[in-house]
Ligand binder design. Sequence first.
Ligand code: SF4
Length: 504
Amino acid sequence: MSLPPTNKPLTAKPFTQVKTAYCGWCPLSCGMLAYLEEDGLVDLYGHPADAEGLGSLCSKGIAYNQQLPQSPLRIKTPLLREGKSFRKLSEEEAEKLLEEALSKKTAVFLDKYFTLEDYALAKSLGEVYGETPYLPFRPSDLPPRDWRNKKALLNLGAEPTFSLVTLTRFLVDAVEKGAYLFSFGSRFTSTFQKSSRYLLAKPHEAVEAFISALKGEGKAGRLLKELGEEVLLLVGETFLLSPFKGVLLKALREARKEFGASYALVGNFSPFPLKGIKEFKEELEDYETLLLFGNPLRYFSEEELKKLEGKTLVNVAYFPTLTAQKSDILIPRKAQGERAFTNRGVGFLAFSPPFLKSPFKDLLGEPPSEAVEKLLRELGAKGGESLPQKTPLSLPDLTEVPLEEGELLRSSLWLWTEELLTEELGRWLPWTYPLEPKQVAYAHPRSAKLFKDFPVPIKEDPNNAEGVLLVSSAFEEYQPFSPGVRAGVLSPEPYHRLVPLELQ
Ligand code: SF4
């Protein structure tokens, strides 16, 4: 059951149909009104009644929903590698080749845009890997709109303007209502700008200081002790895709138990078990077929790419990225507006019906419906259209699950690889790529010379902590506008966003 349309149309353009849906390009799942004429989109608005979007859509959501489906760069037919080029396949040929490839031992790699239906399908085809961290507990214990009611926010590296863009509003609301925002991290970002106080330091120093605060030490710790339940602890995905994951989650759990504080982990997480990029690389030799969603080979070095020889690579792709160029069979991927899907939200599920017609058939087929129902039941929800707008996830709390051990690595130099202003798809969309047109690596002016041999031009930037080199990982060698260098070449451990370059 989607949100109903508004009483009066929000667009001034002529239209024949209005459909309501959710944006699926980040976990915030903003409500949308799609105005259509003859099945073509003429205008797109944020739905004013939606609790997260509150009537707005961010530039990424607009670009991905409006521009991706009609991009001239998009792959629209199945393709088969023949030597150095590709040949168009008919649907029948593609189905036959797919059936043959998937009958062999298969691993599936999901990118961060996977939906609940994608996961169910992947599970039915083989072992599942992905770039999204698996968390067997609720990523947040309160809805984003309730951030504004907290009196203090202690934040380690959560920067919604890079990922869950509209979430920024709830941080701003909290600060405008007088909340004390204390940020810890390695780059001065817009959240730092809004902070009452901040610590800009190397990643391990920021983590140590944050953990001290979680123990009730220092000024931030005193706030936590005094205000207890009225404090929100925020941790960004960057620090959870790093060697600090174990120590951070344990410290967060202890602080929650001792002081009753709320928590929110900001980023893309999976409530379903999946193995990470590191395991994917380590276990590759067990598989004959790799079914790859998105562009995972950007995490591979040249040497690792060579290990793929002899395997059948099938890429479910929007664009002819590096992964597509290295694959044997290319399957066009439906945009989220072109199909029904269930998005993993910030503590909820959002079911979105299709609002656009797809230019091609879904060659991988429908996800097995019993598997989708089973996943929904595990998360505490019923399926499909019966999802009442957004359904809260009934996952355990952070305090109720066993956690992995971790260690606190220290280093004088750190490499930070991250999707910055434009993400993986932004490199292929003419509207979003100019936001970050060329790949550069950012280093503090006093540290820049330490990284002089880095394969990407260094830009001096005092917003970085000293000893930290930050580089966008959304670039790769085949992108059409200003190609760059992929994360798998830049980083020795691209499955970690933060990598020590020189252990003490
Ligand atoms: S904040 Fe996320 S859900 Fe909302 S419009 Fe942007 S990408 Fe879509």
